[in-house]
Design a protein around this ligand. Structure first.
Ligand SMILES: C[S@@+](CC[C@H](N)C(=O)[O-])C[C@H]1O[C@@H](n2cnc3c(N)ncnc32)[C@H](O)[C@@H]1O
Length: 161
């Protein structure tokens, strides 16, 4: 029984590598740096692709910022809903593949992906923003050939104009 439960957990954390980055959380200080670079105002909305355990969504809620996160791992979605129940007015977490989802309107995006997904993401953002200005924070990974507007210790801000 324990072996089966363990196998399911390993499977849930493992299969995501075919669709994006495996689970690895961003640290508190880096999240603070990301929000400093983003300069979002209370009432604005952040979209997070691959929201992990929900810590970025919670950091947004604490700043009065609404957020929508997509997460492929049902255990992490469940954990986010449970752990941040008190912030439910601000946080929406959706179980699903962010590549296939219809992204809701938002003012900015936070991602922690992998090198090989950055060009694809850039193309999707260009379509999604439909000419409107938009901010992207990428933790650790740069968009090939695109100018970084600001950065702080491995956090990159791209400002689409
Ligand atoms: C590197 S972790 C980052 C977690 C969180 N964003 C953070 O910074 O703490 C990437 C997360 O994206 C999720 N993920 C990967 N591919 C995905 C996809 N196509 N759709 C939704 N979630 C995905 C993984 O399950 C994992 O939780």
């Amino acid at each position: 029984m324990i072996v089966l439960a363990l196998a399911i957990v390993i499977l849930l954390f493992g299969f995501v590598v075919f669709r994006g980055a495996p689970y690895l959380p961003t640290m508190r200080r880096q999240i603070d740096d990301a929000f400093e670079l983003l300069d979002l105002q209370p009432g604005q909305t952040l979209l997070e692709l691959g929201s992990g355990d929900g810590r970025v969504l919670a950091a947004a809620a604490k700043r009065g910022i609404y957020s929508v996160g997509y997460e492929l791992n049902p255990l992490l979605v469940f954990w986010t809903k449970l752990r941040y129940f008190k912030h439910r007015k601000f946080i929406t977490v959706r179980l699903g593949d962010f590549w296939q989802a219809q992204w809701p309107e938002s003012d900015a995006m936070f991602v922690f992906l992998l090198d090989r997904y950055m060009a694809k993401l850039d193309k999707k953002i260009e379509i999604y923003r439909a000419g409107k200005s938009y901010k992207l924070i990428s933790f650790s990974f740069e968009i090939p050939g695109k100018k970084i507007d600001r950065s702080k210790k491995g956090i990159f801000l791209y400002y689409y104009r």
